[in-house]
Ligand binder design. Structure first.
Ligand code: SF4
Ligand code: SF4
Length: 642
C-alpha cells in the first residue's frame, strides 16, 4: 500500500484515491498552495498535523509542532499577516486555549488565506467535553465551513483559503470525529508548482499599527468592520458551490455538514423521496437568500443538525424578523447531545413526517443490551510495561494513598482506574498544577501565611508534552505563591496519546534537530524547592525519591522519565529485536494477588484453576516491573532481549 505521504503528494490531477478525511484536508491545503502550518496535536485532528509534518520538506511548507494551540494559532496567523497562505489545526478544546488571540485577531484580518481547522468530538470519544465549534465561529464572527464527505473535506479546504483571502477574514474549517476519520474516494486536483518543486515561500510584513496593534482606539473600528464583512460573506455563501437545493416536495429538510449524509441515508431507509433538501456547507453565516429560495412552496421544515442549534437559531431569528410563519422544527425533535447517526436521523424525520420507522429501534436496543451484557467488559488500561503505571505505583507506596491526586490530560489519566486509583481530578490541559496549588492553599494555606499548616499532601501528575503546553505558567504560579505541593512529571519522552509527536523535551522538529529543553533545567531555573530525575522502572528508587520530595516544604518536582513502552516496543519490532520475557514461577507464587490488586499490568492475569498469577507471553513486554512488585520473588526472567 502506498504511503500516506506519497498519496497526499501524488501529482496526478484527476486520479481517484482513497483518503482519510484528515488526509484529504492536508491534500486540499497543498492544492491551495499552503506555505505555513503550525499545530499542537489533538484527537481527532492529529492525522492532519502529522501528515503536514511528513510532507512539509517535500512540499516546501514550513511546519511546526507548536507547544500549544495558542502559540500555533499565532504562528500561522502571523504568516497569514505576512501574505502567506497558512493553517493551524486543533481539537475543539484547543480552540479554548487559542481563544484569547482568536477573538482579538478577527478584526485585524489577514493578507494570505488563513484557515483554522477545528475538529469537534460529539459523544466525546476522546475528549473531556462536548463542544460545538460552530458556536465559537458565530460568537467570534468567523465563517465556518463544514464538509459532508471526504471529497468535500479536500475541496472545501481549498475554498476556505479562497474565501479567507477574498474577504481578508480568517475562516474555520470544522470537522467532527466522524468526518475527520471517515475514508472515501477523492478526485485529486492540481498541485501548484511551488508545492511540486518544493519551493519554500517567505512572507513580507507591512507595518500598520492601526490594524495590528489592538489598543482600544484601534480596536473600536474592528467590530463594525467585522459585522460588515460577515454580511458580505453571507451574500457570498448564497452562491457557495458546496451549498445546494435538491429534490421536490411540500416539506423540507435543512442539513448542515455531515448531517446531510445521514439525512440522505435516513430518507432511503424510510423510502421517502418527496422531500426538498437544503445541503449546507456553511453553517455560519447562514446564507438567508438561499434559505428564502429553499422555503418557497414549503409547508414545514426540519433542521437536522448535530449538537447545538446553530443553524436553527439563525434561521428562526431571520424568519421571525421577516414575518414568515412556516413551522420550523429542530431541537424539539433532533437530539442536542451526542453524535448524529442514521438511526437518530430516521427517528427525527419519521416524527417530523408523522410516519412509522421501518425498524423497531427499541427492540433492537434491548437485544443489543442483552448481547453486550454477556460479553466480557474491556475497560481501557495503561499498556503492559507502561512507565506511568510504575510512577503511580510508587506515588501510592510513598503516600500510602493518603494524598489528593490532581492529574492532567494524557494517557496517564488512566491512572484513575483500579487498581491504581491515583487520579482524583482532571479538568483541562495543564490543569493539574493549578488545581493542586488551589487545593493546597485552600486546605493548608500558602507557606508565607501566618496560619499556614500542612494538613494535606497534594501530589499532581502531568505529562511532558502537557507540561510544556500549559503546565509552565501553573508551576511558575505555584512556586511564586509559596505553594506546598509535589509535582510528578511523568515524562515518557514523546506526546504519546495523540500518536508520538515530538515536543520541546525531545528536541526533534519536522525540519530536523531543534533545541531540547530538559524539564529539570526549567523547573530548577524557576526556583522549585526540590528537583530530581528518576527512572520509574526502578520502583524502589522512585518511591524513595518521592518520599524525600514530600518532606520538603514548597514546590517539589520529580521528573519520572522513561520512554513510552508502546513507542519503544514499536521501534524494537521494526528493528526485529526480541523483547525480554518474564514468567511466574508457580513454586514461588503464593497466590497473594499483590501483583494484580496493586499494580495491574494487563499481561498478568489470575489462573483460577491453579490459584496462581500467570503472564500472557503475547502481552509481556519484559520491563521487569512485576519482579519488583511481587513480595515473594515469583516473577522470573525467562528470555533476555535479543
Ligand atoms: S506473582 Fe507474586 S504478587 Fe502475584 S500472586 Fe503470585 S506471589 Fe502474589
Ligand atoms: S515484565 Fe511484568 S510488568 Fe513488565 S510487561 Fe511483562 S508482565 Fe508486565
Amino acid at each position: 500500500m502506498a504511503k500516506v505521504t506519497d498519496m497526499v503528494l501524488l501529482n496526478k490531477p484527476g486520479e481517484k484515491i482513497l483518503l482519510l478525511g484528515n488526509h484529504a484536508i492536508a491534500r486540499g491545503a497543498l492544492e491551495a498552495n499552503i506555505a505555513v502550518f503550525a499545530a499542537y496535536p489533538g484527537t481527532p485532528s492529529s492525522e492532519l498535523t502529522d501528515t503536514m509534518a511528513a510532507v512539509a520538506k517535500d512540499a516546501g511548507v514550513y511546519m511546526e509542532y507548536s507547544t500549544n494551540e495558542k502559540v500555533a494559532f499565532e504562528t500561522a496567523l502571523s504568516a497569514a499577516w505576512s501574505g502567506l497562505r497558512s493553517m493551524t489545526a486543533m481539537k475543539h478544546v484547543g480552540l479554548n486555549v487559542a481563544a484569547d488571540t482568536f477573538m482579538s485577531a478577527v478584526g485585524m484580518g489577514v493578507e494570505g488565506g488563513f484557515v483554522v481547522m477545528v475538529a469537534d468530538d460529539p459523544s466525546m470519544w476522546s475528549s473531556q467535553n462536548e463542544q460545538d465549534t460552530r458556536v465559537f465561529g458565530k460568537f467570534a464572527n468567523v465563517p465556518v465551513l463544514e464538509p459532508c464527505s471526504v471529497q468535500e473535506a479536500k475541496d472545501l479546504t481549498k475554498y476556505a483559503f479562497e474565501i479567507s483571502e477574498k474577504f481578508k477574514h480568517m475562516v474555520i474549517l470544522r470537522t467532527t470525529t466522524r468526518s475527520s476519520h471517515m475514508r472515501g474516494d477523492v478526485v485529486l486536483g492540481e498541485l501548484p508548482d511551488e508545492i511540486v518543486n518544493k519551493v519554500r515561500r517567505h512572507g513580507k510584513f507591512e507595518k500598520d499599527p492601526k490594524r495590528f496593534v489592538d489598543i482600544p482606539a484601534h480596536s473600536r473600528n474592528f467590530h463594525p468592520k467585522i459585522l460588515e464583512n460577515i454580511e458580505k460573506i453571507r451574500e457570498e455563501f448564497a452562491n457557495c458551490p458546496f451549498n445546494k437545493i435538491e429534490g421536490n416536495g411540500k416539506v423540507g429538510i435543512i442539513a448542515p455538514g455531515l448531517s446531510y449524509a445521514y439525512v440522505k441515508e435516513a430518507l432511503s431507509w424510510l423510502n421517502v423521496d418527496d422531500v426538498k433538501i437544503l445541503k449546507l456547507a456553511t453553517p455560519f453565516p447562514v446564507p438567508y437568500k438561499l434559505v428564502e429560495t429553499f422555503l418557497e412552496g414549503l409547508e414545514k421544515v426540519l433542521i437536522v443538525e448535530e449538537l447545538e442549534p446553530v443553524v436553527e437559531e439563525q434561521i428562526k431569528m431571520w424568519a421571525y424578523d421577516k414575518g414568515l410563519n412556516i413551522p420550523i422544527y429542530g431541537k424539539n425533535i433532533v437530539p442536542r447531545i451526542y453524535e448524529m447517526d442514521t438511526k437518530r436521523a430516521v427517528i427525527a424525520i419519521s416524527k417530523f413526517l408523522g410516519i412509522e420507522t421501518p425498524i423497531n429501534f427499541e427492540e433492537l436496543d434491548a437485544k443489543y443490551k442483552e448481547i453486550s451484557s454477556v460479553l466480557p467488559p474491556r475497560p481501557p488500561s495503561l499498556c503492559p510495561a507502561c512507565p506511568h503505571r510504575n510512577s503511580f505505583f510508587a506515588i501510592n507506596k510513598a503516600t500510602r494513598k493518603k494524598a489528593i491526586f490532581p492529574s492532567d490530560i494524557g494517557c496517564y489519566t488512566l491512572g484513575v482506574l483500579p487498581p491504581l486509583n491515583a487520579v482524583d481530578t482532571t479538568v483541562a490541559m495543564g490543569g493539574s498544577i493549578g488545581v493542586a496549588h488551589g487545593l493546597s492553599v485552600a486546605i493548608n494555606g500558602a507557606a508565607n501565611e501566618e496560619t499556614y499548616e500542612k494538613k494535606q499532601v497534594v501530589v499532581a501528575t502531568i505529562g511532558d508534552s502537557t507540561f510544556y503546553h500549559t503546565g509552565l505558567p501553573a508551576i511558575a504560579n505555584a512556586i511564586y505563591n509559596r505553594s506546598n505541593i509535589l509535582v510528578v512529571i511523568v515524562d515518557n519522552e514523546i506526546t504519546a496519546m495523540t500518536g508520538d509527536q515530538p515536543n520541546p523535551g525531545t528536541g526533534e522538529t519536522p525540519h530536523g534537530v531543534g533545541k531540547r529543553i530538559p524539564i529539570e533545567d526549567v523547573v530548577k531555573a524557576m526556583g522549585a524547592d526540590f528537583v530530581e530525575v528518576v527512572n520509574p522502572y526502578d520502583i524502589k528508587k522512585t518511591t524513595e525519591v518521592i518520599k524525600k520530595a514530600l518532606e520538603v516544604e514548597g514546590v517539589s518536582v520529580v521528573v519520572s522519565r522513561q520512554v513510552c513502552a508502546l513507542y519503544r516496543v514499536g521501534k524494537a519490532r521494526k528493528n526485529k529485536e526480541k523483547l525480554p520475557l518474564y514468567k511466574v514461577n508457580t513454586d514461588k507464587c503464593t497466590g497473594c494477588k499483590t501483583c494484580i490488586v496493586t499494580f495491574g499490568c494487563p499481561a498478568i492475569f489470575w489462573d483460577a484453576e491453579n490459584k496462581k498469577a500467570k503472564i500472557d507471553p503475547t502481552m509481556c513486554w519484559g520491563c521487569g516491573s512485576c519482579a519488583q512488585v511481587c513480595p515473594f520473588g515469583a516473577f522470573e526472567l525467562v528470555k533476555e532481549a535479543e
